[in-house]
Design a protein around this ligand. Structure first.
Ligand SMILES: [Zn+2]
Length: 328
């Protein structure tokens, strides 16, 4: 059976006569099935396509809480359960990146393909590490596929984050974390819940995603900023505020701002007082470990340092590799 992997507004895998789309960046007008890896907006462009959209329960819960109108025609898939498409079977597995995140195993009659989506290969406080899938062809994310990105131990980052938070409270400031409302916000809340007794106040956009996490058994303690209790806490100042990264904070004297992202490892981030290298992605070493465990014959890299990483895989690991771009 002929196998083709391409980038056509997202990942397309052709196995014989069948075409399957993964994380398309825009709506598709064909009836071909679509699989969404997780609820971050850069992976959701294909929602509302003509073909059936497949998502995990966690992803669906987040989209429902966010009132995303594009989820009217979808099929829920469970981790570990196979879905048959003619001679092909597609299986979702935990990707460790956020609630509901999936890596996909695509089993054709002769070829086995893995698409990792955004992946994290270590345990966090709100997610379990992804397990590597063995594959003939591996399509792997390369957001941090550069040897300059090796993250410190998670506990070390947690302790730095907590120390900074307590110090800002002592200085009569409200520590504010400007982070992705889905995934990173919940991880920061969990760190604060586990290591401090400080109340955590959340922007409504963060609150909605927190509800999906709680519905899926991940216990988080937070108060919405639009509640009377939330407003009172913000007036009293002895609390932490979690808000989307794009949200403007008007009163700089009252607040002290922080970011939490893997990019903090190499870049001095603008408009924040502190930045912590807390990432929900695999770092360079984890990506290399994944490839070694997966033992593919061919690798396609996507996102971030995809060209650098493909070169590394070819030269250092001796595996055929190339960056997946629309020119391929
Ligand atoms: Zn993501």
């Amino acid at each position: 059976m002929q196998v083709n992997v391409n980038w056509v507004n997202g990942i397309t895998i052709e196995l014989g006569k069948d075409i399957i789309y993964f994380d398309p960046s825009r709506k598709n007008k064909t009836n071909d099935p679509i699989f969404i890896s997780h609820a971050h907006s850069d992976h959701l462009g294909g929602l509302g396509s003509t073909g059936k959209c497949h998502v995990t329960r966690g992803t669906l819960d987040i989209l429902s809480q966010k009132n995303d109108k594009r989820i009217n025609d979808f099929k829920k898939i469970k981790y570990g359960n196979g879905l048959k498409i003619n001679d092909i079977e597609v299986k979702a597995h935990n990707a460790g990146h956020m609630l509901g995140s999936a890596q996909y195993e695509i089993n054709g009659p002769e070829t086995n393909i893995t698409y990792t989506g955004d992946i994290n290969y270590r345990d966090m406080l709100t997610t379990k590490a992804a397990k590597p899938l063995s594959s003939d062809i591996l399509i792997i994310e390369a957001t941090f596929g550069n040897s300059q990105y090796v993250f410190p131990n998670l506990m070390e980052t947690c302790m730095r984050l907590i120390s900074w938070t307590i110090e800002e409270i002592r200085r009569k400031k409200i520590p504010v974390f400007k982070v992705y409302s889905a995934g990173k916000a919940q991880e920061v809340i969990k760190i604060l819940n586990n290591f401090t007794t400080l109340p955590v106040v959340t922007h409504p956009k963060v609150t909605r995603v927190c509800k999906a996490y709680v519905n899926n058994g991940i216990n988080l303690m937070y108060v919405d900023s639009t509640n009377e209790e939330g407003k009172e806490l913000l007036r009293g100042r002895e609390c932490v505020f979690i808000t989307p990264s794009y949200n403007e904070i008007p009163d700089f004297k009252k607040y002290s701002l922080a970011a939490a992202t893997g990019w903090a490892l190499r870049y001095r981030l603008k408009n924040v007082n502190a930045a912590f290298p807390l990432s929900s992605h695999a770092d360079f070493n984890q990506l290399v470990d994944y490839i070694k465990a997966s033992k593919p014959k061919q690798v396609f890299t996507i996102y971030g340092f995809k060209v650098f990483f493909a070169n590394y895989i070819s030269k250092k690991l001796g595996i055929k590799a190339r960056a997946l771009t629309s020119k391929n």
